[in-house]
Write a protein that binds this ligand. Sequence first.
Ligand SMILES: [Cu+2]
Length: 143
Amino acid sequence: MRLAVRNHVSLWAVLGGVGLGLLLIAAACGGGDADEDTAGNGATGPRAQIAMISNLQFDRAELVVPSGQDVTISADNQDGSVPHNFSIYASADSYASGDFPIASTEICSAPCVRDITVNLEPGSYYFICEVHPFMMGNVTAAA
Ligand SMILES: [Cu+2]
């Protein structure tokens, strides 16, 4: 099960790299409508923030996002030079059973910021750093 998750993280890291390349292209060609786009990915709409801070922890255990629309979550790794990622799963059980995440950033070493965009039905979800599975919390999607 852990192997499956690790492979998946690698896949996402690859996809993230491809995505980053596309985003850089998009940024180079983009217009001036990205005032709120701190990561340069062209996304608009609601945003949420979470940070990885010193002593291997997130800056919050609860993240609330609007449901039923695209939300861009910025994961801001501020933890020295420590690698982290940010993944959302349907539940803790879903993570534990080796399911794929709903969304996942690549693993990057601080300082780095990585965005994911999710569109969640109302409800509770689980977030975790897959490098340090003790770093976790809940995402609540609410209308
Ligand atoms: Cu971590």
